[in-house]
Design a protein around this ligand. Structure first.
Ligand code: ANZ
Ligand code: ZN
Length: 768
């Protein structure tokens, strides 16, 4: 037997799989479809890291399992290549982003192929390719036609480092961004609860008033909320979406100031109106200050509480958000902590509410207020003052206003320019290029200007799953028939950090396309699984710590199968596994043992009951663990089986090794194929073979020996299934029928029964 030569064997099967199109299903004729999708990566300069290996292998293992369950599995991969990630890197090294992306995507593909994932390389996509972004622009036009895209001046989040605006969802806490907070000069600052940073770079965001394009996601707030009910996602991710939508029911109440001005407040607690002691209104200046304390200033005005006419001082503050509700509140310190903190600081009155009054009714009857539902969700800001994105297909005409680029003229090509660096002027680099923006109005033919902003990367990724099965389609973003067959996605695998960003946007876009009759379903991912994030030697992997694990060296040294088995063995898919070099060496030894076991001479002898029982138990366990993404315990039970077979070499028969190869196949696809075809002589390919069945009747149950006493003397022992040995009722019932016991109990009265679970029963009977 030769040593297991992973380099030769892995390459051999990768080529054969490709040649025989093992992972390229016929999408037009597929029966029992299974669309197995992993969130596509940003092709970064560094390439894949071990966290990608963990997540993508987790998805691949499931896809392989489903294929062995008889499904036609479609598992595509592509690149989210537009956007700041690639662009910032391009700027850093002074190379055109087009060229950078060409190189990085090629590198990603090589790495992904080396891991042996079962991707359909015939259906891939790159969001920065014109034949992809043409349809991202088409999507923009559909939004416009549906009245869901608009441009408006607004106070928006601006990242001084990325020099562009950000959507609300892209402004997060430093920990959510996984970054240390930095000020505009790039210096790291202390983290306080109030600090909100750019999701990409960790820089504290600023507010700016700018003219921007938005998608009206707020129109879909209720539906995004309601249909969470019908999708199979974890409670945690659903809650994140629910909180982000932030529906709250309350009232708008009108106050008048003494000089007749009107102030409307939004409150969820109209019942506390008679405990309101001040009015607080939002103030942009205060709000934009980096202060973790509540600050305020008395305006000199008083508002009259509508029911009693009490005079309430009106304050300007930083703790009322300008963009939420009406931007004004009634301060109720006795019942609201934030108001209490403010009232204490500025010595304002604190009074209790009147518990007996139904103020909801009284306020609306007297016409001072009306019921109102408020949402935290804001419209989605989609324009970016950057270069590396899909140009927004709109033309500004002095006569006609905003005119969409006709569909037949798409794509609006992103021109090659050398000055692609953002300047932070509020306009993107394309605004310096007349040859790009000087156009004729598509409607009246007069002189007009193109929009020079480009789209947010999250627009690119909001619909990519629709494109995969139709990639290459020239006349539409997706083919009707293929889409009907293959969508929605059966299992979506990805990081929980996208809980509100990408997942919310994709759900929104799907609902819009459903309403426009392009799709027959309105949830893109009926099942989503959020995997955990891998760490290295106890720490989060990060460039600054220098502990980012590049998988290439491990693939080269140990082979893809060892690496796959290792990362899958680290813990359940939703945990945060810790990558350690010592661990992968151990897995390398296990793979060598497997190779030896498969290559030993086979026997025709009947395996013992114990071995058969173990095999069936392990198949059962692995099958169940697969559905729960507990690959770690699946692998652990395969290891137990291997131990047992090594101890019982004379019983290792062909059927046993076939089953072992089959359950290994999702984890170690190359090794499994090699032994299946070359050692066990089975027909290519193991990855199209059926998953093994298990037979419960062949599984020996664990048994427990129970001692049965009568008046403290041992009269019998009973061998019972462990499922019985802990229930008094069951054990007593069986013991009383046992012939050795019957004679001791005959005609006697049982005074007492002592029961020690799993160990003993003592019947105490009348003497004599
Ligand atoms: C009086 C009151 C009494 C309130 C009480 C709460 C408790 P949701 O929608 O659940 O987040 N509020 C309204 N607009 C605000 C703004 N722009 N910035 C900051 N706070 C604002 O909570 C709505 C409640 O948050 C409103 O109800 C208002 O305070 C405050 F015992 O009014 B309440
Ligand atoms: Zn015009």
């Amino acid at each position: 037997m030769d040593k297991y030569d992973h380099k030769k064997i892995e390459k051999k099967w990768q080529e054969k799989w490709e040649k025989e199109k093992i992972y390229f299903p016929d999408l037009s004729g597929a029966e029992g479809k299974y669309y197995n999708l992993w969130m596509f990566p940003y092709p970064s300069a560094e390439g894949l890291h071990a966290g990608h290996v963990f997540a993508s292998t987790g998805s691949d293992v499931f896809g392989r399992f489903m294929r062995m369950q008889g499904k036609t599995v479609f598992q595509p991969i592509g690149y989210d290549s537009f956007g700041i990630h690639s662009e910032n890197y391009a700027i850093k090294i002074g190379e055109d982003p087009h060229r950078v992306v060409k190189r990085t995507t090629k590198h990603y593909e090589e790495q992904m192929r080396s891991l042996g994932h079962g991707y359909d390389w015939m259906h891939t996509l790159t969001t920065s390719d014109p034949d992809y972004y043409r349809w991202t622009q088409w999507l923009f036009l559909k939004m416009w036609q549906a009245g869901l895209a608009y441009k408006k001046k607004a106070t928006v989040n601006f990242c001084p480092s990325c020099k562009t605006v950000l959507a609300d969802e892209q402004v997060v806490t430093p920990s959510a961004a996984g970054k240390e907070p930095k000020n505009a000069r790039g210096e790291v600052v202390d983290e306080t609860p109030e600090i909100k940073v750019c999701e990409r770079c960790g820089t504290i965001v600023e507010k700016r008033d700018l003219d921007q394009w938005f998608f009206k996601i707020t129109k879909y707030a209720d539906r995004l909320l309601e249909s969470l009910e019908k999708i199979d996602w974890s409670a945690r991710v659903k809650l994140a979406q629910k909180n982000w939508i932030g529906k709250s029911q309350g009232m708008l109440i009108r106050f008048k100031t003494e000089d007749g001005e009107e102030i409307e407040v939004f409150t969820t607690r109209p019942d506390t109106l008679n405990a309101a002691t001040f009015i607080a209104i939002a103030d942009e200046d205060f709000y934009n200050r980096e202060s973790s304390e509540k600050i305020g200033e008395f305006t000199g005005k008083y508002a009259l509480e509508p029911l009693s006419g009490r005079r309430l001082p009106v304050w300007k503050t930083n703790y009322v958000a300008p963009g939420y509700g009406t931007g004004a509140i009634m301060g109720v310190p006795a019942h609201d902590e934030r108001d209490m903190e403010f009232a204490e600081k500025y010595h304002l009155d604190i009074v209790q509410k009147d518990p007996d009054k139904n103020l909801w009714q009284e306020i609306s009857e007297k016409g001072f207020g009306k019921k109102h539902t408020n949402y935290h969700l804001r419209d989605w800001l989609v324009s970016r003052q950057r270069y590396w994105g899909a140009p927004i297909p709109m033309v500004d005409c002095p006569k006609c206003g905003w005119v969409p680029v006709p569909e037949k003229d798409l794509p609006v090509i992103l021109p090659n320019i050398s000055d692609y660096k953002p300047e932070g002027t509020g306009k993107g680099p394309l605004a310096n290029h007349k040859e790009f923006y000087q156009v004729k109005c598509p409607k009246c033919g007069g002189d007009a200007t193109r929009e020079t902003d480009v789209m947010d990367t999250f627009v690119d990724s909001s619909w990519y799953f629709l494109r995969y099965p139709s990639s290459g389609e020239k006349d539409a973003p997706f083919d009707e028939g293929v889409t009907k067959k293959w969508l929605p996605v059966d299992l979506y695998f990805g990081g929980a950090e996208h809980s509100v960003l990408h997942l919310m946007y994709s759900r929104f876009v799907t609902k819009v396309l459903f309403d426009l009759k392009f799709l027959g379903f309105d949830e893109p991912f009926p099942k989503f699984f959020a995997h955990g994030l891998m760490i290295k030697d106890g720490f989060k992997m990060s460039k600054s710590r220098g502990n980012v694990v590049n998988p290439d060296q491990y693939v080269s040294k140990f082979g893809a199968d060892t690496l796959r088995l290792y990362v899958m063995f680290l813990g359940p898919m939703d945990a945060s596994p810790d990558f350690r070099d010592s661990g992968i060496e151990g897995m390398g030894r296990f793979v060598a043992r497997l190779w030896k076991l498969f290559n030993q001479p086979l026997t025709d002898a009947q395996p013992s009951k114990e071995v058969v029982s173990k095999l069936n138990q392990v198949i059962k366990k692995v099958t169940e663990d697969m559905y729960n993404f507990k690959y770690n315990t699946a692998i652990a039970s395969i290891m137990e089986l291997v131990n047992m077979l090594e101890d019982n070499k004379n019983q290792v028969s062909l059927p046993i090794l076939k089953s072992l190869a089959l359950i290994l196949a999702p984890f170690a696809p190359h090794l499994a194929e090699e032994v299946w075809v070359e050692v066990l002589g089975q027909p290519f390919s193991i990855h199209k073979a059926s998953w093994p069945e298990y037979d419960s009747s062949l599984m020996q149950k664990d048994t427990v020996t129970m001692i049965i006493q009568v008046n403290g003397k041992i009269r019998a022992t009973l061998s019972l299934g462990s499922e019985y040995a802990n229930t008094q009722e069951k054990v007593v019932e069986i013991a009383k029928k046992d012939e050795k016991i019957v004679k001791w109990l005959e005609g006697k009265k049982i005074k007492k029964t002592v029961f020690v679970p799993g160990r003993l029963v003592n019947f105490v009977v009348e003497e004599g």
